[in-house]
Ligand binder design. Structure first.
Ligand code: ADP
Ligand code: ASP
Ligand code: MG
Length: 440
């Protein structure tokens, strides 16, 4: 039995949190591979070390001293070490970082040092070996991970040892450091689990699993005991931010269960995410028809109206081509008889709006082009919704009773979700109304 564990920023934020991590790891002898994030916030007003490292690099870029910011970073780690009574040579590591900074260290290399310092400390504290991510996690020039190379390298390095690995970064073939996008330590954990054919990938954070709605919108939402990989993909895409959205692929490929757990409540079973569940084996009170309520804000809708549009051969292709040429991904496309709408990211549309409108006018000669800003998407996701014809009706009446206008509806024949567009100002209310009508 081999378990790979990843601890997020809040689990690495202070000496007290390190003690919780140690207790969790030592409780189970198969918890032998630990991936760590940089120290996160200890409270709402606190700073994430990674943010401070990016800030430091911005100072360097403009030739401004970053001594005070670097001092904050150094102090945080030294404080944790001293409170735990460790002898880790952090001074040496910090001096090397300062020297590299003098020599024009890249932004990625500097940003990665939060995870590096966390891993040095945690390895010392647990009595595990430190294995640098730069020695096995190989990026290609295009930013994708060379999994084959990386898996082989980690297998050779790990060899049955108990190890701690820094998350978030790896290296290119020339040895230079490259990071994932923000929140990427989740991916490092998934890659380590896949490389070592782990029995489970435990992702330890500050909530008891994937919650049915964003806890910053809905008060104390229930946690979801079971999810399939595809439901989690769907929920992540639609706005759940509990895991980096690329976390799923490496574990799904090897069918390794992903268990999201709470460092501050370790006895809670959290959420288990797998390819498939035996539905009949699940307790009936867990057989909810809605798995989660997700949503995202800041979309815009471009509506093209023209008499006879639906019978004009090739019109839709021309519209898509124009959006494609402008590098704009189209999320949803509700249409009427004489009109066709495209839902896109508001911020991205803003940059190419003039170009898109002028090309649409030239190629389609429409009667009207309308742009509606500030649309939010709210979605109910659930694999059991397919068997429940009454669900969409319940969703509409709940929102109607709350006085929320529905601007857009999208549901495919085999979809595990119902997607609705509402005005941006109604976003949080819509999420709460749906949560309360289906869960409470
Ligand atoms: P970590 O530092 O452990 O990687 P993150 O801050 O990246 O943790 O992710 C966990 C946070 O995700 C939670 O604290 C919570 O505020 C937020 N979150 C948003 N939506 C959800 C959801 N549906 N379920 C659980 N957490 C969510
Ligand atoms: N420390 C990095 C970030 O803040 C990576 C992570 O925490 O997963 O984005
Ligand atoms: Mg995270």
């Amino acid at each position: 039995m081999l378990k790979v564990l990843k601890f997020g920023g809040s689990s690495m934020a202070s000496a007290e949190q390190y003690a919780k991590v140690k207790a969790i790891v030592e409780e189970d002898g198969s918890r032998s591979v630990v991936v760590v994030s940089a120290a996160g916030k200890r409270n709402k007003e606190d700073h994430k070390i990674t943010d401070l490292l990016y800030l430091c690099h911005a100072h360097m870029k403009y030739g401004v001293s970053c001594d005070s910011v670097f001092g904050m970073i150094a102090r945080r780690y030294l404080e944790i070490r001293d409170a735990l009574g460790l002898k880790t040579d952090l001074e040496g590591a910090l001096d090397r970082i300062r020297a590299d900074m003098e020599n024009g260290m890249s932004e990625a290399a500097l940003a990665s040092r939060g995870e590096y310092l966390s891993a040095l400390l945690m390895a010392d504290y647990l009595g595990f070996d430190f294995v640098d991510a730069a020695d096995w996690l190989r990026f290609r020039m295009d930013g994708t991970v060379d999994r084959e190379w990386s898996y082989e390298a980690l297998k050779n390095l790990a060899k049955g040892r108990h190890i701690v690995i820094p998350g978030f970064y790896g290296s290119l073939a020339d040895g230079s450091i490259r990071t994932f996008t923000r929140g990427g330590s989740d991916i490092t954990g998934a890659l380590a689990a896949a490389a070592l054919d782990a029995d489970v990938y435990e992702n330890w954070t500050d909530v008891s699993g994937v919650l049915m709605a964003d806890p910053r919108i809905v008060e104390d939402p229930q946690s979801i005991p079971h999810l399939t990989y595809s439901e989690l993909r769907e929920l992540s895409y639609l706005g759940f931010q509990v895991l980096h959205e690329d976390t799923i692929f490496p574990v799904a490929e090897k069918n390794i269960p992903l268990n999201i757990r709470n460092t501050n409540d370790p006895s809670h079973p959290g959420t288990v995410i797998m390819e498939h569940f035996d539905e009949d084996a699940e307790p009936t009170d867990e057989r909810r028809f809605i798995t989660g309520i997700a949503g995202k804000k800041d979309y815009s809708v471009v509506t093209i109206s023209k008499r006879g549009l639906s019978s004009e051969v090739g019109a839709v292709r021309k519209v898509f081509e124009i959006f494609e040429n402008n590098g704009l991904a189209v999320e949803y496309t509700p249409n009427g008889i004489d009109s066709f709408s495209l839902v896109v990211s508001g911020a991205k549309l803003e940059k190419v709006l003039h170009s898109i409108v002028s090309q649409l006018e030239e190629k389609l000669a429409p009667d009207e082009i309308q742009v509606t800003k500030d649309l939010a998407i709210v979605a109910a996701v659930g694999r059991r919704m397919l068997d429940r014809p009454e669900i969409p009706g319940r969703i509409f009446s709940a929102l109607g009773e709350a006085g929320i206008q529905i601007r857009l509806i999208s549901q495919g024949p085999r979809e595990v979700n119902v997607i609705l567009g509402v005005d941006g100002k109604d976003f949080a209310t819509a999420v709460r109304v749906l949560y309360n009508s289906f869960v409470k």
